[in-house]
Design a protein around this ligand. Structure first.
Ligand code: V47
Ligand code: SF4
Length: 403
């Protein structure tokens, strides 16, 4: 009970902080010149305003010494330097072909093992085309296809699906398949990653989502998702896509058994690869949710932890253009809050079948938001909604109409 009281007290404090001194403090100069702030943090703030990259040791220091106010001011500075108040979203929908999976990640509340496949679902191409057709006349720009790793749904099956969607609605951007699904598909087809990826690209695939990255550190991966592709393999799949001219996203599953050093190592490996390929569109920290999975005994991260992780990601990952808060996972209110901690993108006005999070305990009962609702959420945070396509071309700025 005491812990719950403390949590609510913290949330209340945080709200007060945000609505009072946080928003009035604002100036990044005050971080550099305020002698009450530890000199190491003042030096980091100076580096950031000088557009110098911070090191992994400095990122660790931010976790250890940075207050939410300090981190928010600095991350917000980076975000506003790039986009001012512009805040991106896109209109998309999801297709989840199956929740049957040969892997058994301990955090996953969504999949059914192949031996219990009768408890799960598996869609035919016809059923998936039925979903696509439901959006006839709806101005969506992207379909996001992701699911479990089903041994019978192979590369040919997915190429066929992609070709049929493209033939039906050529302007829809096809973003699909985590590196985990791709690795399995290519191995099963006995193709190199280059050849397998090329086949998917030829069939219409344009981008990869960021899933499956989890935490690259082998010791953590061994405990939470031992049997699927390792960190080096995940990076290699994304490199392969980038070399073929495709773009992709990157995620990090945080707030479970990993350390701060593991998070920074993960972000550093992504930052290093981005220097080489420049193929990542955005970085998406994913907060671990603990319901109905084999890691339910692990407490979820606090809001302070979430704030710090988003802000540090924005400060550290200087070569990533965008930082996304995936609202079905984080909850609408907390995703909105993150717009003050470096986030410039709220993903999509996603419709229906985003089951992976609702099953693991995200408070989003209905993971769908209309364009109007997402715009309101953004206005309410004092920002300006901008509809984008998958690769962040700006499609429409929604200026608020004052009555
Ligand atoms: O890799 C699974 C995560 C990911 C849980 O690229 C969980 O635009 C928290 O990556 N708690 C798949 N996270 C989804 C994903 C994604 C989502 C939205 C947009 C994009 C994009 C990518 O979901 C998995 C895993 O890291 N996940 N279970 C859980 N209990
Ligand atoms: Fe399968 Fe993905 Fe769930 Fe892991 S997270 S068990 S790979 S569906």
């Amino acid at each position: 009970m005491e812990a719950i009281d403390k949590y609510y007290q913290f949330t209340a404090d945080c709200t007060i902080l945000l609505h009072s001194q946080f928003f009035t403090m604002t100036s990044v100069d005050s971080l550099i010149n305020n002698i009450d702030i530890p000199h190491e943090l003042r030096a980091i703030a100076r580096k950031v305003t000088d557009k110098e990259r911070i090191s992994t040791d400095e990122a660790l220091l931010l976790y250890e010494l940075g207050s939410p106010g300090y981190l928010g001011t600095l991350a917000n500075y980076v975000r506003e330097e790039k986009y001012g108040d512009h805040t991106f979203f896109n209109r998309n929908f999801h297709i989840e072909p199956t929740n049957v999976c040969v892997f058994s990640c301990a955090f996953c509340a969504y999949s059914k093992l192949y031996k219990h496949r009768e408890e799960g679902w598996e869609m035919s191409i016809e059923q998936m085309m039925h979903i696509v057709k439901k959006y006839d006349g709806v101005p969506v720009t992207e379909v996001h296809i992701v699911g479990g790793v089903h041994p019978k749904l192979d590369l040919d099956f997915f190429c066929d699906l992609l070709r049929q969607i493209k033939a039906y609605r050529p302007e829809l951007h096809l973003k699909g398949f985590t590196a985990v699904e791709l690795d399995y598909m290519f191995r099963k087809a006995k193709l190199t990653r280059q050849k397998g990826m090329q086949q998917l690209k030829d069939a219409g695939l344009q981008s990869l989502p960021g899933g499956g990255a989890e935490i690259f550190a082998p010791a953590i991966r061994k405990q939470i998702c031992e049997d699927k592709i390792d960190g080096a393999g995940w990076l290699d799949i994304h490199r392969t896509a980038h070399e073929l001219g495709m773009h992709s996203n990157a995620t990090m599953l945080y707030g479970h058994i990993e350390s701060y050093a593991d998070r920074i190592d993960h972000m550093n490996q992504l930052r290093t690869m981005q220097d080489e390929t420049k193929g990542f569109n955005c970085f998406i920290p994913l907060k671990f949710r603990n319901q109905d999975n084999d890691m339910s005994h692990i407490a979820e991260s606090t809001l302070t932890e979430d704030i710090k992780t988003y802000a540090i990601a924005r400060i550290f990952m200087d070569n990533f253009a965008h930082l996304k808060a995936y609202w079905p996972m984080l909850g609408r209110n907390n995703a909105q809050l993150m717009l003050n901690f470096g986030v410039d993108d709220l993903d999509g006005t996603i419709d229906d079948s985003t089951k992976i999070y609702s099953m693991a305990g995200s408070e989003e009962q209905t993971p769908a938001m209309s364009t109007e609702q997402i715009c309101e959420l953004i206005y309410d945070a004092g920002r300006i909604p901008v509809e984008r396509d998958t690769v962040y071309n700006e499609l429409k700025v929604y200026e608020k109409v004052l009555m």
